[in-house]
Write a protein that binds this ligand. Structure first.
Ligand SMILES: [Zn+2]
Length: 335
């Protein structure tokens, strides 16, 4: 009888007694509902691991949604979109649970509350001032004190043509330092051809990691991670990591939107220069949840990484950078 009961339990509860997989921290997850992300239906698929990038004709500027609607498929690995908010949440949360992911998640207060309900304990709320050039310190302080805002991200001033060391951002940096909140700032690629796709103020040169230098010198208590690791400016990024030990990078989007050989080459350069303990895993999932699978595979399949380096990139570096408590780390490990 006991054997039968045990067998029954084993069959009916496959997770019973199973260890959760080793945890992952995704420092770059978006929760914006698909209807706001792209205001038309059906939503387009996205491409992972392309062999070449699609052509954009700058003499025929288009806005990004119109371009996304018409662009030709250009790769083998196609990521199906989530059409609705419900589908986005369901498919993303399924992955958070399957891979045991805890995610620094950007979105509106309402959206983040919904996600936190659907994935209890897995959502680390992120956001920032609506306009980083005119931050409302009081409002930010209230959200931080209330636990509704743990990370300032994604600071996307690159799209506005504003470099990190532009004086118009100085107040924001001072507030982030005073509130002791980490900042994730977009420094790197967007969609290929983005200046001709409705973002005429986006500039490649503003992804230069050297533009963080004066900010870090002026604010020695500031914790910053360069989202997208300044790709492809590896020499500048390495010099900054070397000079400023408080600086981290995330490898979101690089790990699924670039050709994999290029991602591995870039990652190997950063790791080979000695910075495997300053690289954070991120997905930059937008409305294509399968991107998370590809992003994880891109780390797992890197032949130059040791198992210990993979654990650092997937979890340990972010736990240190975010200053998680021993209790939180134990909970993430299922203890
Ligand atoms: Zn992003």
């Amino acid at each position: 009888m006991r054997l039968v009961t045990t067998l029954f339990l084993l069959i009916s509860s496959p997770s019973l007694g199973a260890e959760p997989p080793a945890p992952i921290i995704d420092v770059h997850l978006h929760t914006k509902p698909p209807g706001e992300f792209l205001p038309f239906s059906p939503k387009p698929s996205e491409c992972a691991l392309p062999e070449r990038l699609p052509a954009v004709d700058p003499s025929q500027p288009k806005v990004l949604p119109a371009y996304m609607k018409t662009k030709e498929p250009y790769c083998e690995r196609v990521l199906p979109p989530a059409e609705s908010e419900e589908e986005l949440i369901a498919r993303t949360v399924e992955r958070l649970e399957r891979y045991n992911i805890f995610a620094v998640s950007t979105g509106s207060a309402e959206t983040l509350a919904t996600w936190a309900e659907r994935a209890p304990g897995r959502i680390i709320p992120a956001g920032g001032p609506e306009d980083p050039t005119a931050p409302d310190e009081q409002a930010l302080r209230q959200r931080v004190d209330g636990g509704a805002l743990e990370v300032f991200a994604e600071i996307s001033t690159q799209y506005m043509g504003i470099a990190p060391d532009d004086p118009v951002l100085e107040r924001f940096w001072a507030i982030a330092e005073a509130l002791d909140r980490p900042v994730g700032i977009h420094l790197g690629p967007s969609a290929a051809g983005i200046p001709s796709l409705g973002f005429p103020t986006y500039r490649a040169r503003i992804s230069n990691p050297l533009a963080l230098e004066e900010v870090l010198m002026r604010h020695p208590h500031l914790r910053v991670y360069a989202m997208h690791a300044g790709w492809p400016m590896e020499s500048e990024m390495i010099h900054m990591l070397y000079s400023y030990p408080q600086l981290y990078v995330d490898i979101a989007v690089l790990n699924w939107h670039l050709p994999r050989a290029e991602f591995h080459r870039y990652l190997e350069r950063l790791v080979g220069a000695g910075f495997s303990d300053r690289i954070l895993f991120g997905s930059d999932q937008m409305i294509w949840p399968d991107a998370i699978d590809v992003a994880i595979e891109s780390i797992e399949s890197a032949p130059f990484l040791s198992d210990a380096q993979k654990r650092d990139i997937f979890y340990n570096n972010a736990a240190r950078f975010l200053r998680l408590s021993q209790e939180e780390i134990a909970r993430h490990h299922g203890n």
